[in-house]
Write a protein that binds this ligand. Structure first.
Ligand SMILES: NC(=O)c1ccc[n+]([C@@H]2O[C@H](COP(=O)([O-])OP(=O)(O)OC[C@H]3O[C@@H](n4cnc5c(N)ncnc54)[C@H](O)[C@@H]3O)[C@@H](O)[C@H]2O)c1
Length: 402
C-alpha cells in the first residue's frame, strides 16, 4: 500500500456521494470509479475530476494499485461483487444490505475469513448523529440498564429502480435492525415476524412476498433483552422515517414522529425534547463539513433521493468513509465486520422467512455469531430515587457539539 489508501468506487448513483469525502480525506486517494454506462461514468468523472474510469468491474479489480473497493451496486449484486473483490486481494466496504440470502451472507463471511481482507458493511444508521448520541448516553451509564429497543424504517419506494418492486420489507431492514443490536454490541439469537397487510397485486409475484408491513421481534443472544422492528416499502401512508427508540431503566430515547419534530429523552416520566449534537469533531478536519446535508452541490439538486429523503442519513457518510479507511490502515476494527453484518442482515432475511411461516421462531446460524462480549449496564435497585434527584434529563453527560 502506498502512503494513502487508494479507493475505487463501483456504482455511481448513491456511491457518487462518497467521492468528495474520499478526495478530502487526508489518508485516502480517490483513485478510480466504475459504472456500466460510459456517459454517466464520464459525467461523474468530469464533475469530480477522477481520471481512472472503468465500465467493467472486472477490469477495475485487475488494477493492482487499488487497495479498497467501496461497492454501491444494486443489492442483488452485493455478494458477487464483494466476493470477487476480496478474492482479487482488495479490502471492501459495501453498502447495505450485506446480501439478500442467508447463503450469500455465508459466502461473504467465508471469503473474508479465507482472504483476511477487511470487510465492512457501510451501514449509515450506526454512524448517524442520533446513534452516536444515544450510544454516548448508554455507555456513560445515563440510560441505565437497557430494557427494550424499537426501530422502524418506513419508505415509499415509488420511483426507485424497478428491482425494488415487491421486495420483502425485511430483505432491506438493516437500517432499523442495526442500531438495536449495535447500541450495546448485542447479537440476534432468533427472530419471530408478523407479516401484515397486502402489497400491490402487481408486485406480489416479484419476490413471492404478499405483505405491506413486516414487524419482527428480535431476541438478543444469551440476554433478557430484545427489540421490535417495523418495515415497509409499498402501499402504506407514512412519511419517510428511519428511527430507533432505546428504553433504559433510568433514561429512554424516542425518535421524533415526523421530520420536523423533536427527539425526546425521558428521565423517568419527565419528557424533554432535545437537539442532538453533531459529532463532526471526531473526524479529520477536512471532512468534518460532510456531516451536514447539502454540502455536495450548491443547489443540492444532484443529491441521491435517499440522502434528501433521509435527511442526509444523519451525517453518517464521512464517519463511514473514515472508519473504512482507518480499518484498512489497521488502526481500528471494521464495524460492522463480516460476521456482525451477517447477523444483522440475516436477522432481516430470516424475519421474512418467519413471516411466511406464520411467525415461526427462526434462529440465526452459528457463523453469524462472534465471541465479542456486549457492553452492558446492570439494573440498580436504587434507580428510582436516583433519577428523582437529578435535575437535568441528560445528567452530567458530556456531549460534543460543533
Ligand atoms: N442509506 C444507505 O445506506 C443507502 C442509501 C441509498 C442506497 N443504498 C444502497 O446503495 C445501492 C445502490 O443504490 P442506488 O439507488 O444508487 O442504485 P442504482 O440502481 O440507482 O445505481 C446502481 C449503480 O451501480 C452501477 N452498476 C450496477 N451493476 C454494475 C456492474 N455490474 N458493474 C459496474 N457498475 C454497476 C450502475 O451503473 C449504477 O451506477 C443499493 O444496494 C442500496 O441499498 C444505501
Amino acid at each position: 500500500m502506498g502512503e494513502k489508501v487508494r479507493v475505487g468506487i463501483v456504482g455511481l448513483e448513491f456511491g457518487a456521494e462518497f467521492i468528495p469525502i474520499y478526495q478530502q480525506h487526508p489518508d485516502a486517494d480517490m483513485y478510480a470509479i466504475c459504472q456500466r454506462t460510459r456517459s454517466h461514468l464520464d459525467e461523474i468523472g468530469d464533475a469530480y475530476g477522477v481520471e481512472r474510469r472503468y465500465t467493467s468491474y472486472e477490469e477495475m479489480l485487475a488494477n493492482p494499485s487499488i487497495d479498497v473497493i467501496h461497492i454501491n451496486t444494486p443489492l442483488q449484486h452485493h455478494a458477487d461483487h464483494v466476493v470477487a473483490a476480496l478474492e482479487a486481494g482488495k479490502h471492501v466496504g459495501c453498502t447495505i444490505p450485506m446480501a439478500t440470502s442467508v447463503e450469500d451472507c455465508r459466502r461473504i463471511v467465508e471469503a473474508q475469513r479465507r482472504t483476511g481482507q477487511v470487510y465492512m458493511m457501510m451501514e449509515t444508521t450506526v454512524y448517524s448523529r442520533e446513534f452516536l448520541f444515544v450510544q454516548d448516553l448508554y455507555r456513560s451509564g445515563k440510560l441505565g440498564k437497557l430494557q427494550f429497543l424499537r426501530a422502524s424504517h418506513h419508505q415509499d419506494m415509488t420511483g426507485w429502480p424497478s428491482y425494488w418492486d415487491g421486495m420483502p420489507p425485511m430483505y432491506n431492514a438493516t437500517h432499523a435492525i442495526s442500531p438495536t443490536l449495535a447500541l450495546g454490541g448485542h447479537q440476534a439469537e432468533y427472530v419471530q415476524c408478523l407479516g401484515s397487510g397486502t402489497v400491490f397485486e402487481s408486485m406480489k409475484d416479484a419476490y413471492g412476498s404478499p405483505f405491506a408491513i413486516e414487524s419482527t421481534h428480535i431476541k438478543f443472544l444469551n440476554r433478557d433483552l430484545g427489540a421490535e422492528v417495523t418495515r415497509h416499502l409499498w402501499a402504506v401512508a407514512r412519511e419517510y422515517r428511519e428511527s430507533f427508540d432505546a428504553y433504559g431503566a433510568v433514561r429512554s430515547f424516542e425518535w421524533a414522529q415526523t421530520a420536523g419534530g423533536e427527539h425526546i429523552v425521558y428521565l423517568g416520566e419527565q419528557a424533554v425534547p432535545i437537539e442532538v449534537p453533531d459529532f463532526a469533531s471526531r473526524l479529520p478536519e477536512p471532512i468534518q463539513r460532510f456531516t451536514r446535508a447539502g454540502v455536495y452541490t450548491d443547489d443540492g439538486e444532484s443529491q441521491h433521493r435517499s440522502f434528501v429523503q433521509g435527511g442526509g442519513h444523519g451525517g453518517s457518510h464521512p464517519h463511514l468513509a473514515d472508519r473504512l479507511i482507518r480499518s484498512v490502515l489497521g488502526e481500528v476494527d471494521a464495524f460492522p465486520n463480516a460476521v456482525q453484518a451477517a447477523n444483522i442482515t440475516c436477522a432481516g432475511i430470516l424475519s421474512h422467512a418467519s413471516a411466511l411461516r406464520g411467525g415461526e421462531r427462526m434462529y440465526l446460524p452459528d457463523w453469524t455469531l462472534s465471541d465479542l462480549p456486549p457492553f452492558e449496564v446492570a439494573l440498580a435497585e436504587d434507580v428510582r430515587p436516583a433519577w428523582r434527584d437529578e435535575v437535568s434529563p441528560l445528567g452530567d453527560t458530556a456531549v460534543e457539539t460543533n
